[in-house]
Design a binder for this molecule. Structure first.
Ligand code: PGA
Length: 254
C-alpha cells in the first residue's frame, strides 16, 4: 500500500460565498473518482457554505488558525469555530503567513500542537526563499522548518500531518521547481522525518508539492517517488483546471 495521494486547493483571499458554492457544485460534477484525498483551504467566510455544499465529498479546511482556544484575540478564528463551521484541517505556516504576517516558528509550532489536540488535521507548509535557494541553503532551511514545526509532536500524531513543500520562489510566479528539484527536496524532508521519528513514519507521511502547479507540470511532478500530491494555489481557483488536476491524480492512483 502506497501513501495516499492528497491534492489541496488553496484559494487564498478569493471567492465570495456564492462563488465558493458554485465551485463546489461544479467540482462535484466534474470529479470522476474519489480514490484520492481532495481538499480545499477556503476563506473563513465561505467555510460553512462550502462544507455544506461538499457534503463530505471533499476535505474542507482553512488557511490559518489561532493557537489559542478562545479569548481576547481580535481578528482570530479558533479551532472550535472552524470545527463548528465544518472545517477539518488547517494550513499552517504558509509562506505568505510567515512573510506578510510574521508568523514565527514558535507560534507555528503552537498552532500545530493546538490543532492536534483539538482534532484538526495539519498541513504544515515549508519552503526556502529564492535567496536561500541560490545560496544552496535549501536543505538547511527545510530541516530547520521541519524541526521547528514538528517540535514535540508525538509519533502517534504524525498520521494527522501532511507536509507541503512549497519553494517560496515558485509560489504564484509561474516558475515551478523542476520535478528533479522537487523530488530531491521531498526525499530530503522524508529523511529528516525518518531521523526524527522512524523510517515507517517517514514512509507513511504524505509530502505534497506546491508552487505554480498546473495541469501540465503535475504530470511530471507526480511521477516522482516522494511527491504525494499537490497544494495548488492559482490553478485551484478555476473549477475546470482544478478538476483536471484532481482527475489526473486519481487516474495515476488507480
Ligand atoms: P500557486 O500557489 O499554485 O499559485 O503558486 C501555491 C500556494 O501558495 O499554496
Amino acid at each position: 500500500m502506497g501513501r495516499s495521494l492528497v491534492v489541496i486547493g488553496n484559494w487564498k483571499m478569493h471567492k465570495t460565498i456564492g462563488q465558493a458554492r458554485d465551485f463546489i457544485h461544479g467540482l462535484s460534477k466534474k470529479i470522476s473518482s474519489t480514490s484520492i484525498q481532495v481538499g480545499l483551504a477556503v476563506p473563513f467566510t465561505a467555510l460553512s457554505a462550502v462544507s455544506e455544499a461538499s457534503s463530505k465529498k471533499f476535505l474542507i479546511g482553512v488557511q490559518n488558525i489561532s493557537q489559542f482556544s478562545e479569548g481576547a484575540y481580535t481578528g482570530e478564528i479558533s479551532t472550535t469555530m472552524v470545527k463548528d463551521a465544518g472545517g477539518t484541517f488547517s494550513l499552517i505556516g504558509h509562506s505568505e503567513r510567515r512573510r506578510l504576517y510574521h508568523e514565527d516558528p514558535h507560534m507555528l509550532c503552537q498552532k500545530v500542537h493546538h490543532c492536534l489536540s483539538e482534532g484538526i488535521k495539519v498541513v504544515l507548509c515549508i519552503g526556502e526563499t529564492e535567496e536561500e535557494h541560490f545560496l544552496g541553503n535549501t536543505e538547511i532551511v527545510l530541516k530547520a522548518q521541519l524541526q521547528q514545526g514538528l517540535k514535540g509532536v508525538r509519533i502517534e500524531d504524525m498520521p494527522q500531518i501532511v507536509i507541503a513543500y512549497e519553494p517560496v520562489w515558485a509560489i504564484g510566479t509561474g516558475r515551478s521547481a523542476t520535478a528533479d528539484e522537487a523530488q530531491r527536496a521531498h526525499s530530503f524532508c522524508r529523511s529528516v522525518i525518518a531521523h526524527a521519528y522512524d523510517k515507517a513514519t517517514a514512509e507513511r507521511v504524505s509530502i505534497i508539492y506546491g508552487g505554480s502547479v498546473t495541469v501540465k507540470n503535475i504530470q511530471e511532478l507526480i511521477q516522482q517517488p516522494d511527491i504525494d500530491g499537490a497544494l495548488v494555489g492559482g490553478a485551484s481557483l478555476d473549477v475546470e483546471s482544478f478538476a483536471t488536476i484532481v482527475n489526473f491524480l486519481a487516474d495515476v492512483n488507480l
